[in-house]
Design a binder for this molecule. Sequence first.
Ligand code: IMP
Length: 205
Amino acid sequence: MENKILLIGTTNKGKVREIAEELKELPLIMKDLSEFPDISPPEETGKSFFENALLKARYYAEKTGFLTLADDSGLEVEALGGAPGIYSSRFAGPSATDEQNYTKLLNLLKGLPREKRKARFVCVMVCYHPSGQLIWSEGVWEGLIAEEPRGNYGFGYDPVFLVKEFNYEKTAGELPLQVKNQLSHRAKALKSLKEKLRDFLKELK
Ligand code: IMP
């Protein structure tokens, strides 16, 4: 089978590396958005992770003509009815820092006992072909919100996310990247997408 081009629809170098590494056995030639500096990102107006991932994948696929992978992710906190969800990066305001976002979260949960601090990271990935054919996958990572931030690894809400696989004794911010990349919502979505992508590539005209 002839190798197909896959555009990884993100400017985040860490994500590009993680995705390229996981998909390296597939018959794909990978590109990323650094090769298309003139395409400005679309507005993320979707109402769900899926809608935002689809909107981005379709946008870049239609602009470039290439099969495109895009993702959307965030943190859902049970006691807040699933917030911040798709608003995770702007929880404390339009240009909030990671620290401002997790501090707002810690303040909202102040005094709540452990059993009411359940949370999950969610990641949805969509692969969209300009013909309109698509596949998608979802990955979930379960945890609890800590009372204080801990750890210098990672980004976003990692310092306040107590990881189930470590018996809620370590935050995601205390896990080196190689460990986080075995467990995370993004890693799970990516593994599941990889399996679907094998067949999808055979079906594409
Ligand atoms: P994006 O979809 O990767 O842009 O992520 C949206 C937002 O969700 C980020 O800005 C973070 O606030 C949060 N988020 C997503 N994935 C993670 C993660 O692995 N660790 C910590 N925060 C995350």
